[in-house]
Design a protein around this ligand. Structure first.
Ligand code: RFL
Ligand code: PHB
Length: 394
């Protein structure tokens, strides 16, 4: 069976869903192919912190109703080191700067509902997605669904298919440059229905490893701890997790942690990764398909949103005015912002984690503490941190 659309999108993560919804608001048709089921995609516990620019995008996409009611606005974060808790004001200049706590699961749900309301559900369980004809102005996607072969004829293809997707592989190796750094540790995350440790997030540099107290609501907490990459989730019973977490936050602060059964527990590896350029002929890539940051700076989902901002602007101008300049400039504009977030996430990861087996680890630790001390005591350094954490403009 052959379907027709303007933009064929691979992947129904935040990047694909947001792109499709914004295009719809501007009268442009698209079809999303997703290899997993709806409930699998909805259930992935990932990001939780939204920059204002991301919130604005969700408003533009007309899906911010619940976010405006349920999202928790934060104007500061806690930074703990040497057992002392400090606060960085995200809005010291009183410009209304903040971030919003609202889970990726909720954004996905809101976007999926908007798609269902306009009878344009992504095609879930689309197997063996292939891209053809990107050298031409008539590319197409093919896939198998319920054993039947389908084709989507379109004008452009956008790969929003994450780090392990197929779209990046369609760039010629002579064109695509890949930059990658893998960190020697992972993040062990736990979600639990217990009230958060504090009303703001706390990033904690502890000599035995990083820890982060985050949240999803006033009754649901999200905690992360740096862990060894050789460890598996089965080695982390709930009791071991809570004991280690409380130990890392120290007696005074850690004793405020409310414990309870974990709803989800997972280990994620940490990497910095950029593929460039983000366009080859009729094919574009966006979000995790093009770049990955370690989660320390809370930037991954927000970068997916800023990519979609630049790309949707390009499509809107192209279809409204026949002007392809925005599409031509997409890669360079998006990458310019991506590299700054890559830098910030890399820097904040280095400042807060224990790097195992480092020959100069004692010196490294002294340098971390000196820099953290500078960061929380210098107005200039705190303002620079805040500027990056709330998100550079786009
Ligand atoms: P996704 O979400 O990976 O979605 C890609 C989709 O493509 C589908 N797919 C395919 N479909 C069809 N055919 C194929 N061949 C396909 N291959 C793949 C997949 O099934 C999937 O549905 O990418 P997208 O849309 O670019 O979104 C990126 C974000 O999900 C990611 O950057 C964030 O979750 C990163 N992240 C965080 N970002 C933040 O901005 N703030 C945070 O606080 C934050 N915390 C986190 C995070 C990521 C984490 N992990 C687990 C990596 C915390 C963690 C622990
Ligand atoms: C989260 O709540 O999932 C979260 C918060 C802050 C981060 C990363 C993840 O830096």
């Amino acid at each position: 069976m052959t379907h027709k659309t303007q933009i064929g999108i691979i992947g129904s993560g935040p990047a694909g869903l947001l792109l499709s919804q914004i295009l719809y608001v501007h009268g442009i048709d698209s079809i999303i192919l997703e290899k997993h089921t709806r409930s699998y995609v909805e259930g992935r516990i990932r990001a939780g912190i939204l920059e204002q620019g991301t919130v604005n995008m969700l408003e533009e996409a007309q899906v911010a109703g619940r976010l405006k009611k349920e999202g928790l606005v934060h104007t500061g974060i806690g930074l703990q080191f040497n057992n002392t808790l400090h606060r960085i004001d995200l809005d010291s200049s009183n410009h209304g700067h903040s971030v919003t706590v609202y889970g990726q699961t909720e954004i996905t749900k809101d976007l999926m509902e908007a798609h269902a309301d306009r009878a344009r559900d992504p095609i879930y369980e689309a197997a063996d997605v292939q891209i053809d004809g990107i050298d031409s102005k008539k590319p197409s996607l093919s896939y198998t669904h319920n054993g039947e072969k389908h084709t989507v004829a379109c004008q452009f293809v956008v790969g929003c298919d994450g780090y392990h997707g197929v779209s990046r592989k369609h760039f010629p190796t002579s064109l695509l440059k890949v930059y990658e750094k893998v960190y020697p540790f992972g993040w062990l995350g736990v979600l639990a229905d217990v009230p958060p440790l504090s009303h703001e997030l706390i990033y904690n540099n502890h000599g035995e490893g990083f820890a982060l107290a985050s949240q999803r609501s006033e009754t649901r907490s999200r905690y992360y701890m740096q862990c060894d990459l050789t460890e598996s989730v089965d080695q982390w019973s709930d009791d071991r997790f809570w004991d280690t977490l409380i130990h890392r936050f120290g007696a005074e602060i850690g004793n405020g942690i409310k414990t309870g059964p974990s709803l989800e527990k997972s280990i994620a590896p940490l990497r910095s990764f950029v593929a460039e350029p983000l366009r080859h002929k009729s094919l574009f890539i966006a979000g995790d398909a093009a770049h990955i940051v370690p989660p320390t700076g809370a930037k991954g989902l927000n970068l997916a949103a800023s990519d979609i901002h630049y790309l949707s602007e390009g499509f809107i101008d192209y279809y409204a005015n026949g002007n392809s300049l925005g599409l031509d400039r997409y890669s360079q504009r998006a990458l310019n912002r991506v590299w700054k977030a890559i830098r910030f996430s890399w820097w904040f990861t280095h400042l807060t984690h224990r790097f195992p087996n480092s020959e100069t680890s004692v010196l490294d630790r002294k340098l971390q503490i000196a820099e953290l001390d500078y960061l929380v005591n210098s107005e200039a350094a705190s303002a620079s941190f805040a500027e990056n954490y709330v998100g550079l403009p786009f």
